[in-house]
Design a protein around this ligand. Structure first.
Ligand code: F6P
Length: 326
């Protein structure tokens, strides 16, 4: 059966580039003569029938905007078969016969369950600042978030250096250290704490001492929110002050500002490529796959693999970070 009308939604944590991806999906549909409708507030909007017909012109002026014009939500109801049944009824009543889901692995789990129950064609586009999805070298929003973080840490460096202070800077990344590791190298951190590697508290102290003994008067430590050293950034401050009362320590939690802002050119191009690939894959009869970029090429990965697999940290970067902190 050929696809006639595609529904598109954004789900989970928003990420810069989601609007560019919505635009790409809508315009690719228009290009191929397909109808397209937007679903507001992710799966919750599917359950509530919150839809909007879209056209090439309804996505004007959004390529440069952060957030998502379709809004996003984490729907509890869609995790139940009853919720998905209502969603299916609404979607088919509106004439949609395929779905593009822009989100993270939680969103893909929902898409897969929906497909299994109703044989409804679904394609995923990885949108999350965490870059923690298997099957793609980059997720939408990651590059922009990195640049936002670097910008913030550069500013913290100015004040850290003026006051000879040690800063613990917490960045996002509940399960993955990509943001912390890359921004840490990019911003010149003395130490980087990530979920994938527990360096332990003694090594952290040693490394701070080494840095001070080498003549450095201020230090930046970038900490992923999901790191597993066993203490949060505020406890780390207390711990260091206990052992080194002479250290002047401050904490900065960057928080949700990392998710906002205008997408970088990289994210806009990536979103455009992913949107085209998603729609054209549905036209070719593909389903249950996620669009990704690998070695600069667009590739499809089965949703099941994308959900179960883990995106690995580049171990070489850990070494580079250590050498750069000399
Ligand atoms: O998954 C993206 C992310 O920004 C994580 O890094 C963070 O832990 C989480 O979302 C925060 O989610 P919420 O906005 O629902 O608090």
């Amino acid at each position: 059966m050929s696809v006639k009308k595609i529904a598109v939604l954004t789900s989970g944590g928003d990420a810069p580039g989601m609007n560019a991806a919505i635009r790409a999906v809508v315009r690719t549909c228009a290009y191929h003569g397909l109808e397209v409708m937007g679903v507001y507030r992710g799966y919750q909007g599917m359950i509530e029938g919150d839809f909007k017909e879209m056209s090439a012109r309804s996505v004007r002026d959004i390529i440069n905007k952060g957030g998502t014009i379709l809004k996003s939500a984490r729907s509890k109801d869609f995790r139940t078969p009853e919720g998905r049944a209502i969603a299916y009824k609404n979607l088919t009543a509106a004439g949609a016969d395929a779905l593009v889901v822009i989100g993270g692995d939680g969103s893909f789990t929902g898409a897969l369950a929906f497909n299994k129950e109703y044989n409804f064609p679904v394609i995923g586009i990885p949108g999350t600042i965490d870059n923690d999805i298997y099957g793609t070298d980059y997720t939408l929003g990651y590059d922009t978030a990195l640049n936002t973080v670097i910008d913030a840490i550069d500013k913290i460096r100015d004040t850290a250096s003026s006051h000879n202070r040690l800063f613990f800077i917490e960045v996002m990344g509940r399960d993955a250290g990509h943001i912390a590791l890359n921004s840490g190298i990019g911003a010149g951190a003395e130490e980087i704490l990530i979920p994938e590697e527990n360096i332990g508290l003694p090594k952290l102290l040693k490394s701070l001492e080494k840095s001070r003994n080498s003549g450095k008067t201020s230090s930046l430590v970038v900490v992923a929110e999901g790191d597993n050293i066993g203490k949060n950034v505020f406890e780390l401050k207390e711990y260091v002050e206990e052992h080194h009362p002479d250290y002047d320590v401050r904490v900065s939690v960057l928080g949700h500002m990392q998710r906002g802002g205008s997408p970088s050119c990289f994210d806009r191009v990536l979103a455009s490529r992913m949107g085209v690939k998603a729609v054209e894959s549905l036209i070719e009869g593909k389903t249950n796959c996620m669009v990704g970029i690998r070695n600069t090429k667009m590739e499809l990965t089965p949703l099941e693999k994308a959900i179960k697999g883990t995106s690995k940290i580049n171990m070489e970067l850990l070494r580079v970070a250590e050498i750069m902190a000399t």
